[in-house]
Design a protein around this ligand. Sequence first.
Ligand code: CP
Length: 300
Amino acid sequence: GRDLLSLADLTSEEVTALLQLAAQLKSGQLKPQCNKVLGLLFYKASTRTRVSFTVAMYQLGGQVIDLNTTTTQVSRGEPVEDTARVLDRYLDILSIRTFEQQQLETFAHYAKIPVINALTDREHPCQILADLLTVEECFGKLKGLTLTYVGDGNNVAHSLLLGCALVGMNVRIATPADFKPLTEIVEQAKAIALPDTEITVTEDPEAAAKGSHVLYTDVWASMGQESEANSRIPIFQPYQVNEQLLSLADSEAIVLHCLPAHRGEEITADVIEGSHSKVWDQAENRMHAQKALLASLLGI
Ligand code: CP
């Protein structure tokens, strides 16, 4: 089956079609139904992704099995190759949250059913589909807008690079020198970008924020570096989304954060609770975007 392991698995046309389907599902214009079973195999904690996938599948008439490291044999060392071939015989579609992209790819290789990346250390494609839906709702378009991401050049930054490139949004990534996104992903984004799309990687958050339509951030230590969080704060402090940084953006700019947020670190309380913040719509849109993805991959 078709998988979604990276946003780069999709064409520009496919992203546009998924966002259109998500909007139609959200408005109630379309109500596709199925009798399929989704498995959620999560090696890491999750609030938004797990609950939004579950509710989306219920609303499609399907069922969900919540799998995790304590309720399966994966924690006792059953090989991924075996787990994948077994789950393939029971489930219709499988969403996986894990650490290494390679492990996700091994699952997808051995399971013939569609496999979805529900977050790896490399990418978070489902998050970015919801983000693009949110931007489109706010501005009525995507192409030609500028999104600035400030903070850690992590999995969310990687998927933003690819997602913005595919829809023709200019994307600026501002990070400390030692926290840049992977060069290979920046190059991949440039290779798949629609014409006239600017892709910038910088260490200057203020230059990056200037005139932006979307200001985006994420936690400063998300991928197993939580123990380093305190030592990172001084390095990341200039990259905080606060009123001062927001004042450099377009006057109609929106603020996004994939959540969970750490107020006073990557974003201030006044900005996340302020009038430019769309983070709750963004979180809601996880459900609509993933419902569209499930419907599309299941062919319903
Ligand atoms: N944004 C996000 O993926 O949230 P969860 O970790 O709660 O799923």
